[in-house]
Design a protein around this ligand. Structure first.
Ligand SMILES: [Zn+2]
Length: 193
């Protein structure tokens, strides 16, 4: 797994300064095998934040087949229906989980449109349309994405930014509301080690 990670991580994705600083300070107390320790260091400290989720995603996909991933890590259609009927709001997260800002306008439109269509086919009319950018961060979407979502009738969309939502956010930029990354919570840290 470490070899695969090293292969797909490019030089400019790594925080060189941090690498020097952390090299001997982290994970010295845990009894990790050496490769696991290296792997953890890369993902918890060295890799630039904006690349981390994307690279982890590729690694998971490389080591598990799609069927396994769906069965073990994701909700089933039946579970989505149950949550929906229990009044929970189900939002879209695109079809393929690509970084939207890397796609053409046409492709972005397809990702958003088709994913809402899938949800509406499964759940019926969505009372509130909301969306969450794959990976998140201001680099993962652009002006077109926000405008498309608004025009499409999406009421609000979640970015990743480490702060609470303010009234100002809701009034001025509902298509880029802040959301805490799960890695910031106890036990939420990305960890494949
Ligand atoms: Zn995601």
């Amino acid at each position: 797994m470490l070899d695969f990670a090293n292969k797909i991580i490019e030089d400019d994705m790594i925080e060189k300064q941090l690498m020097k600083e952390f090299k001997n300070k982290t994970y010295v107390k845990q009894d990790n095998d050496e490769n696991v320790a290296k792997f953890k260091k890369i993902f918890n400290y060295y890799i630039k934040y904006e690349f981390r989720e994307e690279i982890l995603d590729k690694i998971v996909k490389n080591f598990l087949d799609d069927g396994e991933i769906f069965k073990n890590l994701y909700m089933s259609e039946e579970q989505l229906k149950q949550m929906h009927s229990a009044q929970m709001i189900i939002g879209s997260h695109t079809v393929d989980h690509f970084v939207l800002s890397k796609l053409s306008e046409e492709e972005q439109g397809y990702q958003i449109h088709s994913s809402f269509k899938f949800l509406e086919n499964l759940l019926g009319n969505l009372q509130i349309k909301c969306f969450c950018y794959p990976y998140g961060g201001f680099h993962t979407f652009n002006q077109f994405t926000e405008k498309f979502l608004s025009d499409f009738g999406c009421v609000f969309s979640f970015n990743v930014e480490s702060r609470n939502i303010s009234l100002h956010d809701l009034q001025n930029r509902p298509q880029a509301l802040p959301r805490y990354d799960c890695n910031e919570f106890n036990f939420g840290k990305a960890n494949l080690g």
